[in-house]
Design a protein. Structure first.
Length: 111
């Protein structure tokens, strides 16, 4: 099993750390230092995954503004990710994971 290798993360309160995160089909983060996990997952891993995914789109599909790379030295073995935050969603009974996470918008572009 490969892992996501992150080197030299300098996002918010993370200063120059190196992390190897095991890749699993449906993974999650838990533990005592929730704030650091949120920064690592949302502001580093998923921001970079989204930026790399959007770069594969045509210029028309990208539309400005360009996403900026999070402050880090290197990141390897990353793939697109879907993040569902732990907050109460205002969703109808017809909502799906695709509509709540807005991934449907990206899937429509691929058609």
């Amino acid at each position: 099993m490969t892992s996501i290798e992150i080197r030299g993360v300098r996002t918010h309160n993370l200063q120059g750390i190196d992390v190897d995160v095991p890749k699993v089909p449906a993974g999650g983060f838990h533990g005592r230092e929730r704030q650091r996990q949120v920064v690592l997952v949302f502001d580093t891993i998923c921001t970079e995954a989204q930026r790399e995914l959007v770069e594969t789109f045509s210029t028309y599909a990208r539309r400005p503004p360009q996403l900026t790379r999070p402050p880090l030295d290197a990141i390897q073995n990353i793939s697109p990710c879907i993040v569902i935050d732990q907050k109460r969603l205002v969703a109808s009974s017809r909502s799906t994971v695709g509509t709540v996470t807005e991934i449907n918008n990206y899937l429509k572009i691929l058609n």
